[in-house]
Design a protein around this ligand. Sequence first.
Ligand SMILES: [Zn+2]
Length: 330
Amino acid sequence: MTARELATLPKGHLHIHLEAAMRPTTLTRLAAERGVALPATTGFTDFRAFAEMYQGLLAVLSAPENLALLIDEAVADAAADGVVYIEFGVSPQYHAAAFGSVAAALDAHLAAARAAGQAHGVEVGLMVTVDRTLGAEAARELAGLAASRAGRGVVSLGLANEERGHPAAEFAEAFAIAKAAGLQSAPHAGELAGADSVREAIEALDADRILHGVRAIEDPELLLLLAERGICLDVCPTSNVLLAVVPDLSAHPLPQLLAAGVRCSINADDPILFGPGILDEYVVARERIGLTDAQLADCARSSIESTLASAATKERARAGIDAWLGKEGS
Ligand SMILES: [Zn+2]
């Protein structure tokens, strides 16, 4: 019996920062075209160095046409990995200079996402992502902009960058604006900070999903709460090892989280910086973390059901996942 092909398992990709979905070859080419030094993408040893590298990626994207290219290639790569729904974490505030305003930058993202989705047969949603280090007022403004595009391609409000020193509660108003507009609340938590940050994301931001959240494993009561509310953790195994959240893949808490009844999806976070794409992360989950095919299918189900993907996409994914699990090998 051969193993089931993970590429044919329909899946959602929910925790993927757009700029870091760039192909390495595209990064090299764009850097040469713009005459800027090739930004470093390896060798970071802590979150701060990692965050600086991310800024290097933005430098090569300063021409508007490059954004559409990036989105098109990232959606094409997702389709090849069996992704039927992708939710890019986007930061239009970083692209305001290239497009004239934050709103114009967001609209350019939306137009490119629609075109790429149609071209490659993948549903694309955007998670407008608040940068914790820019403060509460900038967060409110961005949330208002995201809310004005609810139902037009924006599906969630994210919260990223340094958790330490920038607690979730500072951003409660921004997330209330997003939730009132029908967007999902999807902050990062439980990565650099412990289980309390996950609890805070639930209490202060009414989180529907938590990006990472793996340190919830430190608090059994919190696991019960996550399971009871069906809050999905958008887990990124390789990222967790490279940023020293867990010591190695064999010690990753994903199996324990699933055993506790917590919904989890499997994701790549920042492929150009960490290496693996989403399909590779499913392979890692199977071969290094030891998930069974039933557990992998369960993660794929959560990666679709926990989102605002359309009913048609959910239906198609459900049938495809059942068929994948029903099949013994290929
Ligand atoms: Zn992330």
